[in-house]
Design a protein around this ligand. Structure first.
Ligand code: IMP
Length: 199
């Protein structure tokens, strides 16, 4: 993906179809008190998906703002990709964290949303995700992001960040982990640096 420029929502909406396509994606997360092997704090459950193209990304897709509101389109995409567990979930304009525009490989405005759930709600989504229309097609499966770093310095978040991501999904993930303080700053910086060396 080419250089992406940050925009306000008003600026983003001035970039109109058909010259510009609009995509909306959402990060869903919940506080998660568990410990891996009884020791390592999990902190939060953050959901991503393995896509049909073998890349990691967030749930969502293209929305045509001429047909529908961005959020209506996003909620429909979430239902198709995550299934009946999100039927009562409503992502709104207030959940929008950022808008970015990039011209390459095509002109796309990316609207990114973040929504905090309770762990029980997130687990209910996971439990029913295989009933989604897109399961096994556009969506190969849900994943939780490991937010810890194992003693070898690579396992966990650094190894996860070394995967291939779609568009600017890796940058979106790092930005959220940082701004919402889902991972302590020093640990996040180290994980990003280790991942960078592995790429
Ligand atoms: P599609 O999901 O492959 O149809 O992608 C639609 C557009 O959204 C493309 O421009 C992708 O690069 C972009 N895209 C897909 N998933 C994500 C994501 O998780 N974050 C940011 N952009 C994404």
């Amino acid at each position: 993906m080419g250089e992406a420029a940050a925009l306000s929502r008003a600026e983003a909406l001035r970039l109109r179809p058909p010259e510009w396509k609009h995509a909306c994606h959402a990060l869903l997360y919940a506080p998660c008190p568990g410990r891996l092997f009884g020791k390592i704090p999990l902190r939060f459950a953050v959901l991503m998906q393995m896509r049909f193209d073998g890349r990691l990304g967030f749930h969502g897709g293209f929305v045509d703002p001429r047909d529908t509101s961005l959020e209506e389109g996003l909620n429909r995409e979430l239902l198709e990709e995550l299934g009946p567990g999100v039927a009562s979930l409503l992502v709104t304009e207030n959940d929008c964290l950022s808008c970015h525009a990039s011209e390459r490989p095509q002109r796309v405005v990316e609207h990114f949303y973040v929504k905090q759930l309770r762990l029980e709600e997130l687990q209910a989504i996971e439990d029913r995700a295989t009933q989604a229309k897109d399961h096994g097609l556009e969506v190969m499966g849900l994943v939780r992001v490991p937010l810890y770093t194992l003693r070898d310095g690579t396992g966990g978040l650094p190894a996860f960040l070394s995967n291939t991501f779609i568009g600017n999904a890796r940058e979106q993930l790092i930005y959220v982990l940082d701004t919402l303080q889902l991972v302590p700053k020093d640990q996040l910086q180290k994980a990003v640096a280790v991942a960078q060396k592995r790429l």
